[in-house]
Design a protein around this ligand. Sequence first.
Ligand SMILES: [Mg+2]
Length: 197
Amino acid sequence: MTRDAQPAVFLDRDGTINTDIGYLNHPDQVELIPRAGAAIRLLNAAGFKTIVITNQAGIARGLIQEQRVPDIHQKLVNLLKEDGARIDGFYYCPHHPEGVIEKYRIECQCRKPLPGMVRRAVNDFGIDLSCSFVIGDKSCDVELAHTVGAKAIMVMTGYGRIEFDRHTQAMLTPPDHTAADLYDAVQWILNDSGIIF
Ligand SMILES: [Mg+2]
């Protein structure tokens, strides 16, 4: 990467950082996947902007109350802080074209694999996507990475194993790497970026 380029790692939330329990709707339900805090601490130390991008269609479906989202993210921040880790920004998509809540029942530009959330973060943080990465447990995370010109790492936590098969069967562009979990994904990124601690 060039000297002043700002790299970022875009992290999916459920199934990548915290356990995916399906339509997580309360801060008490937030539980970190083992080694997630240590992984994010490494990204912070290496100078990557660490950005969460998460589809929360449960809001459109009436299964998640949007006003709880800030509290859920604060809980995640608190848990990560115990591991010395920091998230630089959170972006979520509340929409779904088949939602039951009218204001969120739209064909938006932010629901992954569409790049709306990444575009906003690039604008907010001055990120260079050519030296950036997306880590997630679903096919949409991989597609998103390749749409925006970043590298994709698929983790085998959450829906990772099922989704990897689905992704392969659909003959979509494969992830640049598959990793057991977020920590392994970050190790690969540090190697790929030539960063040595
Ligand atoms: Mg996920």
